[in-house]
Design a binder for this molecule. Structure first.
Ligand SMILES: NC(=O)CC[C@H](N)C(=O)O
Length: 214
């Protein structure tokens, strides 16, 4: 169990990369647990100074409108934008995907995003909470075994820009997972389904970025 007070979680092994989890709102504890199990040193990111030492960042599911407001109020939005522009690996799930998308549809007035990912994302594209659903998705980048994906009031990627690539689509062709260089986004929640392949895929990007910078 991860306590709210823990600022540093996961593996103590100094070899693991340091991965921040934006911990202002949403299911950041689940991501912290998965990343820790995979050998990362996990830092909960809430203040500008938390952004400095991280090698990668996960933005959890939750509510993007709230995460946006809190990230600006706590002063982490600007340092995160700067690090993303500099190439920080970021994995956004659900609300996290909304946060890193360049263009948003169905936002509330005044909602902003961190941006970086060359996609158009529509919030709440699958309807209300009780229209949440689960499905098996083919994700060729992660191997042949399908990923069991849990959608909870998730967004959809309505358009994939030139710089981004789809990683998974629903049977009807709608894009629900994308990547672009060091950025990965999923409309669903791998952190709650016990399949760690998306986190492993992201951690490989983090490790490669750390090696490249050394
Ligand atoms: N599970 C989720 O992260 C839901 C996202 C939420 N509907 C939003 O707009 O932020």
């Amino acid at each position: 169990m991860v306590s709210l007070r823990d600022e540093s979680l996961g593996a103590t092994d100094a070899a693991g990369p340091t991965v921040g989890v934006l911990a202002l709102q949403g299911d950041f504890r689940e991501h912290a647990r998965v990343l820790g199990e995979l050998g990362a040193r996990v830092v909960l990111v809430r203040r500008p100074e938390d952004v400095e030492g991280i090698d990668g960042l996960v933005i959890p599911g939750g509510e993007s409108t709230v995460m946006d407001k809190l990230s600006r109020a706590f002063g982490v939005a600007e340092p995160l934008k700067r690090r993303i522009a500099e190439g920080l690996p970021v994995y956004g799930t659900c609300a996290g995907l909304i946060m890193i998308a360049d263009t948003l549809l169905d936002t509330i007035e005044g909602q902003r995003n961190l941006g970086g990912l060359d996609v158009v994302v529509r919030r709440n594209a699958f309807g209300s909470q009780n229209q949440s659903f689960e499905t098996d998705l083919d994700v060729p980048a992660l191997g042949e075994r399908p990923v069991h994906a849990v959608f909870i009031r998730g967004p959809v990627v309505e358009a994939v820009g030139e710089r981004a690539t789809p990683l998974a689509t629903l049977a009807d062709g709608r894009v629900v997972a994308v990547e672009q260089g060091n950025l990965v986004g999923t409309s669903f929640h791998p952190e709650i389904q016990g399949d760690h392949r998306f986190h492993e895929y992201f951690l490989a990007k983090v490790r490669a970025a750390v090696t490249a910078a050394a």
